[in-house]
Design a protein around this ligand. Structure first.
Ligand code: AMP
Length: 282
């Protein structure tokens, strides 16, 4: 595996792959890698001749400086995992390498999919995601790019960015959420949970799963949103930021279950000061 820290070196390897007509799979990550990331990497490995994984804690997508500061960074362990997973190129740039000396001011036209939920709670977040992913697409020219459904809304935003920025030939692959045995969605932020919060954190997925049954029993969308929120908020130190049940294409809330075939419930919840995200398909 080549560990590449500059754009020019990355582009050199990509040009070689393109000259040989090789397919390129890209997995963008912010490091602190876990089995969720590795499931994307494994899929990319199976489906492409060249696999590129980027490891970059992208400052422009953090709207909260404390979150950026405390975001876990485990480069040495990450490189070992990627090497063992058979990755060809680990792209590990600095912020200066990615953005140069001047901050990126480009505003993307991300449409309504970026306005609700994470877009409303984290101003500028998706624009930062678009800034980094569009650069990675440009430099890597992937055949396929892999993203996790844990960040469900992010996939819709990236599809939108790809279509407005002319990356229409890149196949954007949405991969299933990988969970701990107790149901907690794997996340780099899980290591920041206190032991007590870690104990309660599986309640998120348990509550979402129970809500599938509530729907079958005849509860309305509004009633399900209320009961999920109430159950989680009853745990001391836990606060639901939002629970929205949305159309998976537009990300807009649905009023009733039959509005779309498979509505998706998207949740963000604070366990202490750790912000966790998850979702479920109804
Ligand atoms: P991050 O490093 O958190 O930016 O995540 C990099 C990619 O891995 C994103 O496409 C995430 O959606 C994906 N990812 C993170 N956690 C999981 C998980 N538990 N299951 C599947 N994909 C995940």
């Amino acid at each position: 595996m080549k560990i590449v820290r500059t754009v020019s070196e990355l582009q050199k390897y990509i040009s070689e792959a393109v000259a040989k007509n090789q397919t390129i799979g890209l997995v963008p990550t912010m490091g602190a890698l876990h089995a969720g990331h590795l499931s994307l990497v494994d899929r990319a490995r199976r489906e492409n001749q060249v696999v590129v994984v980027s490891v970059f804690v992208n400052p422009t997508q953090f709207n909260n400086p404390a979150d950026l500061e405390t975001y876990p960074r485990t480069e040495e362990a990450d490189m070992k995992l990627l090497q063992a997973a058979g990755v060809d190129i680990a792209f590990v740039p600095t912020a200066e390498e990615v953005y140069g000396d001047t901050p990126d001011t480009k505003q993307f036209d991300l449409g309504t999919v970026a306005e609700v939920m994470e877009g409303a709670m984290r101003p500028g977040h998706f624009n930062g995601v678009a800034q980094i992913v569009s650069r990675l697409f440009l430099w890597t020219r992937p055949t396929k790019a892999y993203f996790g459904k844990k960040d469900f809304q992010q996939i819709a935003v990236i599809r939108r960015m790809a279509s407005t920025e002319g990356f229409t030939d890149i196949d954007i692959v949405a991969c299933p959420i990988v969970r701990e045995n107790d149901g907690l969605a794997l996340s780099s932020r899980n290591v920041r949970l206190t032991p007590e919060m870690r104990k309660y954190a599986p309640t998120i997925y348990a509550t979402l799963t129970e809500s599938l049954e509530d729907r079958r029993q005849g509860k309305t969308v509004t009633e399900v949103i209320e009961s999920v929120t109430k159950k989680l908020n009853s745990i001391p130190g836990v606060k639901v930021e939002y629970y929205s049940i949305v159309d998976p294409d537009t990300m807009l809330p649905v009023d009733n279950w039959n509005q779309v075939e498979h509505p998706v419930g998207c949740i963000t919840v604070y366990f202490g000061d750790v912000r966790l995200i998850d979702n479920i398909t109804y």
